[in-house]
Design a protein around this ligand. Structure first.
Ligand code: SF4
Ligand code: SF4
Length: 236
């Protein structure tokens, strides 16, 4: 019922399942039938999605948003016909971009994995209400946002600081942290969705979780070196 309900993940799923493009049609700005003004979210999401498509080498014209009224039947038909023509020109997903199927799948999978991270960034930095597609496009093309999208952060547990309190493993929503009693905890970077919970819950006296941006994550320490050896303090 509302374009605000269309999640970035839905669009990426449509493309992963073979759609050549996605057209979103909703109400005009400031003509929301409810009080939600969801079309602002949709405009923002489409601008973000265009940046992500560019990042993985796909033509951003493959996603489009149009805001029209329910009474504009002719305009609706024109928009649909025009979008179909655009997609015919571009061909199936990856065709005009010269990306083969396996590579395309892997790029879409990689960008889909970033969705939770992107949502956190959206919540923190991109909750702004602008008045037009152009303003959203300009926001998402800014250097700061480009850096956010191109250099997503990673989380790493410093083996020299981890005290195996196990809090982070309990709070990880995707089971990406392995550990156990007396063992240095390790983040599986393949599973991690970069939600940042571990960073927030690691007790400050340990501060074992580090946030890395634009730099490689050090390799995990080997299994046989994960036991934490605690030395007893001498009594005075
Ligand atoms: S950031 Fe930490 S808590 Fe969040 S998914 Fe990754 S390992 Fe788990
Ligand atoms: S919360 Fe911090 S100290 Fe505790 S297990 Fe996780 S990384 Fe180690």
């Amino acid at each position: 019922m509302c374009t605000g309900r269309i999640d970035l993940a839905f669009v990426l799923r449509a493309l992963s399942k073979g759609a050549a493009g996605v057209l979103i049609v909703g109400c005009r700005i400031n003509e929301c039938n409810y009080t939600t003004q969801g079309n602002f979210y949709a405009l923002s999401m489409v601008s973000l999605c265009k940046q992500l498509l560019l990042q993985i080498g796909l033509n951003p014209e493959r996603i489009r948003i149009e805001l029209i009224s329910g009474g504009e039947a002719n305009r609706f038909a024109e928009i649909v016909n025009d979008f179909i023509e655009t997609l015919r020109g571009l061909g199936s997903l990856g065709a005009s971009e010269k990306i083969d199927k396996a590579e395309l799948e892997s790029r879409l999978e990689a960008v889909t994995k970033l969705v939770p991270y992107i949502k956190i960034q959206e919540r923190e930095k991109l909750q702004v209400k602008l008045q037009s597609k152009e303003e959203y496009q300009s926001l998402y093309s800014s250097d700061e946002i480009q850096q956010l999208l191109h250099e997503p952060i990673s989380y790493y547990i410093d083996p020299n600081k981890c005290q195996a309190c196990m809090i982070c493993a309990k709070r990880c929503p995707v089971g990406a942290i392995s550990g156990g009693k007396g063992l240095v905890h390790i983040i599986d970077q393949e599973k991690c969705i970069k939600c940042g919970n571990c960073f927030q819950v690691c007790p400050p006296r340990f501060s074992a979780v580090t946030k890395l941006s634009g730099q490689p994550v050090p390799p995990p320490i080997p299994e046989d070196k994960r036991a934490i050896v605690r030395t007893k303090k001498k009594a005075d």
